[in-house]
Ligand binder design. Structure first.
Ligand code: KIV
Ligand code: ZN
Length: 521
């Protein structure tokens, strides 16, 4: 690494997963990890192994599968048990890092930890030494650093570097910092910690005041060389700094920052879409870089300018972030080869069986719909990628509804290779009736928490994407499906969510947001 490279440390799978409603199961985490590796992320914080058996399993599997391509990091409090669990989870990774944290601010010392300054320093040193016995690459975070007395922060940072920390992360845990303030904190550390050159300074900014990206950039100006961030800015409360925004700010303003990252920027939009699909957390339309409107020009004057010369109103090219508009691509008569080429051009590397299934979906869609757009193809692929193997399959459904009819749904479902079960239910509308019928057959009682329908492309025959979030006995599950028929998409999405609940019931798995809070240090 050279002095002008910024290390991108992605914490979507750890801090991001702590966003309410954003829990992922191990299979989903592996998919996100794969996308992060393809994106070119340097360090993947895969989870907090002590937090739950599900977290442990996910970190272990990610370490096994991707630990030779990106550095896999596990979080631990400054506690022996946490560090031991992190070591165990990371054992199979060739490139591994333990991230130890301990709060340092007066508020946390007094009210949470009930420890004095010397106790904090002693604990921080001993946990770094403990972690160091397992691997060289150790990160230490003085939690709530942005509200910690500067001289004490310097002392802690100096001592942990002396003990072997190779990265010192300066978290703005509560999103309290402002750009100028944070610049001063990093500059102060650079000036007053005698051994600071032996470690990389990292930023970890929360977005409570909407300043996480600005603060991270400010820290880079002051000399930080690692940024902790998440896809779509997911994270505790208002989230963390959005990876895509930090990366594109550094790239677009390379003239100013003079640094670069290893991120393959054309993977940003597909990765954002994958994370959004898996977590069920929608990206706001006007979100910078990855929002649907991020490259849309509405005003005539802007459109005119763009047609004359793109740079009049565009500082980035949509294709550089992997944004795909409404391009008309393929039709009913396009063959398998054309489909395969287009999928590749759109940045997907699919296993042969997923590609074949997506191709069949495409043919079925092209039969119903005159024009198939890139966005349709992406939705079909996304649907296949996020469609996990599940016990229950929908064989058929029929609904009847109207102003003078009681909305009714009849469904046929099959559980693995058992006989097909047929049942019916009434509801407030045809979709509600389908949901009730699915619950009856699968013997699950769920509460619908969120339901949304989005049109993937234009026209009356457009594909519709339905997302649902349900609550089953206090656990949350998301489902998503696409179809030109909204009732079919709703049934598919609801069934996907119910299947996740069913998997938990069967195997006691972690498809939901189950977390075991461990005790504080
Ligand atoms: O926000 C925070 O302080 C954290 C630490 C664990 C780094 O997430
Ligand atoms: Zn955080």
């Amino acid at each position: 690494m050279t002095g002008d490279q910024i290390i991108i440390f992605d914490t979507t799978l750890r801090d991001g997963e702590q966003s309410p409603g954003c829990s992922m199961n191990t299979r989903e985490k592996l998919e996100v990890a794969n996308a992060l590796v393809e994106l070119g992320v340097d360090v993947i914080e895969a989870g907090f192994p002590i937090a739950s058996p599900g977290d442990f399993e996910a970190v272990q599997k990610i370490a096994q599968r991707f630990g030779d391509r990106s550095t896999i990091c596990a979080l631990a409090r400054s506690l022996d048990a946490d560090i031991a669990r992190a070591k165990e989870a990371l054992a199979d990774a060739a490139k591994r890092r333990i991230h130890v944290f301990l709060a340092t601010s007066a508020i946390h010392r007094e009210h949470k930890l009930k420890m004095d300054k010397q106790q904090i320093i002693d604990r921080a040193i001993s946990s770094v030494l403990d972690a160091k016995s397992f691997c060289d690459d150790i990160e230490f975070s003085p939690e709530d650093a942005a509200r910690t007395e500067l001289d004490f922060l310097c002392e802690v940072v100096e001592k942990v570097i002396e003990a072997g920390a190779t990265t010192v992360n300066i978290p703005d845990t509560v999103g309290y910092a402002t750009p100028n303030h944070y610049f001063k904190v990093i500059s102060y550390l650079k000036k007053n910690v005698p051994n600071i050159e032996k470690a990389i300074i990292s930023t970890h900014c929360h977005n409570d005041l909407g300043l996480a990206v600005a603060n991270s950039l400010s820290a880079i100006e002051a000399g930080a060389r690692q940024v902790e961030c998440t896809i779509n800015g997911l994270g505790e409360r208002a989230g963390n700094a959005a990876l895509e925004e930090v990366v594109m700010a550094l790239r677009t303003r390379a003239d100013f920052y003079g640094v670069h990252t290893n991120i393959k920027t054309e993977r940003l939009v597909p990765t954002s879409q994958l994370v959004s699909s898996i977590t069920g957390m929608k990206v706001q339309r006007n979100k910078a870089i990855v929002g649907q409107n991020a490259f849309a020009h509405e005003a005539g004057i802007h459109q005119h300018g763009i047609l004359q010369e793109r740079s009049t109103y565009e500082i980035m090219r949509a294709e550089d972030v992997g944004y795909v508009g409404q391009n008309l691509v393929l039709g009913k008569h396009s063959g398998r080869h054309a489909f395969r080429d287009r999928v590749k051009e759109l940045g997907f590397q699919l296993d042969e069986d997923v590609l074949q299934k997506a191709f069949s979906d495409f043919i079925a869609l092209a039969d119903k719909k005159k024009e198939v757009y890139d966005s349709d193809i992406i939705a079909l692929i996304d649907n296949r990628i996020t469609d996990a193997p599940a016990r229950w399959k929908l064989i058929s459904f029929h609904t009847s509804a109207g102003t003078s009819a009681v909305p009714t749904a009849t469904i046929e479902l099959q559980c693995e290779d058992q006989p097909i079960v047929c049942d019916a239910a009434i509801g407030d509308g045809p979709i509600d009736a389908v949901f009730k019928a699915l619950e009856r057959v699968m013997d699950v009682s769920a509460r619908l928490e969120e339901f949304s329908v989005r049109s993937i492309s234009e026209g009356k025959d457009a594909l519709g994407e339905v997302r649902v979030k349900i609550d089953v006995m206090g656990r949350h599950y998301v489902g998503k499906s696409v179809s030109t028929d909204i009732i079919a998409a709703s049934a598919g999405a609801y069934l996907q969510a119910l299947n996740k609940a069913d998997a938990d019931r069967q195997f006691g798995g972690s498809s939901s947001e189950e977390r075991i809070p461990a005790k504080s240090p």
